[in-house]
Ligand binder design. Structure first.
Ligand code: CP3
Length: 360
């Protein structure tokens, strides 16, 4: 497959800690319900899965935020839960509720039945990647993604989102062997899934370990990080004559930053509980950092949004040779966010960050 040449690679260069003139940015969940045009396309699709499984509509919503805002990257419109859905767990998104699985994996028999899915079941994702790459026409790079093996297991075992993770933690403490088997299957599936996205045209990949931060110290390393590390060691790191950078994001992972930074990614995503300057000193610029504005800052007025965005850039400090920062939120953007706040944010990051970069 050959695509139009990439004309704007500041995001990829920042992830690889190469010189750039300003700090690039994109936002987790940048395509979503805070945009009226997303809601209109979603209504046409009838359901979230109707939208995600239709490559033309997935392309349309991936590009929508780029029409409004000067983001430096696009992210594939899909969901982390497509992988367990392809394993036969029966994913649905009820109106106004989170995701739900009809067949959660809770006992020995269900764990024994679990297997790496036939990637043909996820062909709609790879087709969306191909169409998005063509539609992007080299404007910005496309990010592919997956959930981490542990974060996927949370939904697979709980059967839905959770506040206390009681079901998966019961399995972890009572039958760690069962959880390890699930995690190994997930790691195999995620590695294959990300490689297929890269083959289809994803130019960077991100692993979302959204719930690794709920684990106890020791358990995080054993049940989450070890499997993300496995995935990172198995994914393709070059395609179309370019490096394909990988980002590992762990919400609530600040205490384990050194270990996370040593797991094999090019960049580490951080939530807002961590100071970027301190994080940078702890990892000694061995990886780029991505983050980390509190998404709720976007509910303040535009001047306050700008001031808080400047603070994140200043916390990171001068982007000296060998350092890399990609601006992002510390977690997904809220569906209630006023789009004007996003405009103020993009403008501030692009302008204010210039003085922190040394010209090549
Ligand atoms: O960032 C993007 O714009 C790309 C698309 C994307 C979605 N989900 C679309 C989506 C990405 C990268 C995800 C990842 C995802 N999905 C994660 C990891 C990131 C994170 O937020 O921690 C997780 C944990 C999920 C699981 C998931 N999907 C949940 C918990 C929900 C419901 C919560 C909600 O926001 O309603 C979803 C549904 C979902 N995935 C929506 C979108 C735009 C909203 C559903 C809708 O439109 O009805």
């Amino acid at each position: 497959m050959s695509y139009p040449e990439l004309r704007h690679d500041v995001f990829l260069r920042a992830l690889l800690r190469q010189p750039v003139e300003y700090t690039p940015l994109w936002l987790m969940r940048q395509a979503g319900r805070y945009l009226p045009e997303y809601k209109a396309t979603r209504a046409r699709a009838g359901s979230f899965m109707g939208l995600a499984t239709n490559p033309d509509l997935a392309t349309e919503v991936t590009l929508q935020p780029l029409e409004r805002f000067a983001f430096d990257a696009a992210i594939l419109f899909s969901d982390i839960l497509t992988v367990p859905d392809a394993m036969g767990l029966g994913l649905s998104f009820a109106e106004g509720e989170g995701p739900r699985f009809a067949h959660p994996v809770r006992d020995e028999a269900a764990v024994a039945r679990l297997a790496v899915p036939d990637l043909a079941k996820l062909e709609y994702v790879f087709e969306a990647v191909r169409r998005i790459r063509s539609a992007l026409d080299g404007r910005v790079p496309l990010i592919g993604f997956s959930g981490s093996p542990f974060t996927l297991a949370c939904y697979m075992v709980e059967g839905a989102g959770s506040t206390d993770y009681r079901t998966i933690k019961t399995m972890l403490y009572q039958r760690p062997d069962l959880l390890h088997r699930i995690l190994q299957i997930n790691a195999d599936a995620v590695a294959e899934y990300l490689n297929a996205q890269i083959d289809a045209g994803a130019q960077a990949v991100m692993i979302f370990d959204s719930w690794g931060g709920v684990l106890a110290d020791g358990d995080f390393q054993e049940f989450s990080l070890a499997y993300s590390r496995q995935v990172l060691s198995r994914i393709t790191r070059e395609a179309e004559g370019r490096q394909v950078p990988a980002v590992l994001f762990t919400k609530g992972g600040g205490h384990w930053l050194e270990a996370i930074a040593a797991a094999g990614s090019d960049a580490v995503g951080l939530d807002w509980t961590v100071n970027l300057g301190e994080a940078r000193r702890r990892v000694q610029d061995r990886v780029a950092l991505q983050g980390n504005l509190d998404p709720m800052v976007l509910f303040a007025n535009p001047e306050q949004v700008a001031a808080r965005a400047r603070r994140v850039i200043e916390d990171f400090g001068p982007v000296t040779p060998g350092a890399g920062h990609v601006f992002n939120l510390g977690h997904g953007i809220s569906q209630f966010t006023p789009p004007e706040s996003v405009s103020a944010l993009v403008e501030t990051v692009h302008q204010h960050s210039r003085r922190f970069h040394t010209p090549a």
